[in-house]
Design a protein around this ligand. Structure first.
Ligand code: MG
Length: 162
């Protein structure tokens, strides 16, 4: 089985758009304001009101059913509350999928061993670090914009790539 790590924000749920809209409405500008905003966010509330991206949950169920992948969600967190919210959400929707929480200050590639493991992420910075350490980087994108890594626009597209 291939190890497959899936990002949460901007891949499973559309939390990036929802929180960016809130930041714009609140007219937050400085790095410190934005850091405090994420640190104090009520994730229980955010997760309830944020739409799923591209049928992500049913795609992950399809991926699991192939038995080709050992699947974990690998997600950055700003707070304890964010970690609890994400674990509860995944446990509730996908009972055999693990959740690995990564403190914002740490790289994803320094929490798990990327060697020959797949990371699906919408953020190029994470993919570059992953790839540099021998991991397989896959860009999740909502457009078909060209990227130096193989790209997918829906999670179940991963199934036929391996
Ligand atoms: Mg992301």
């Amino acid at each position: 089985m291939k190890k497959l790590y899936i990002d949460f924000d901007g891949v499973i749920l559309d939390t990036i758009r929802v929180t960016y809209d809130m930041i714009a409405n609140l007219k937050l500008g400085t790095d410190e304001e934005i850091r405090d905003f994420y640190y104090n966010l009520d994730w229980n509330h955010i997760i309830k009101q944020t739409p799923e991206l591209k049928e992500s949950i049913s795609c992950i169920k399809k991926i699991m059913a192939t038995n080709k992948f050992e699947v974990n969600v690998l997600t950055h967190i700003h707070s304890y509350n964010e970690g609890v919210g994400k674990i509860e959400y995944i446990n509730n929707k996908l009972k055999d999928v693990g959740v690995i929480l990564v403190p914002k200050e740490i790289n994803k590639c320094d929490i798990v061993n990327p060697k020959n493991a797949i990371l699906v992420d919408d953020y190029l910075g994470n993919l570059d670090l992953w790839s540099n350490k021998g991991g397989i980087a896959i860009k999740f994108s909502d457009s078909n914009k060209k990227c130096k890594y193989p790209s997918i626009t829906k999670l179940d597209q991963i199934i036929d790539m391996f």
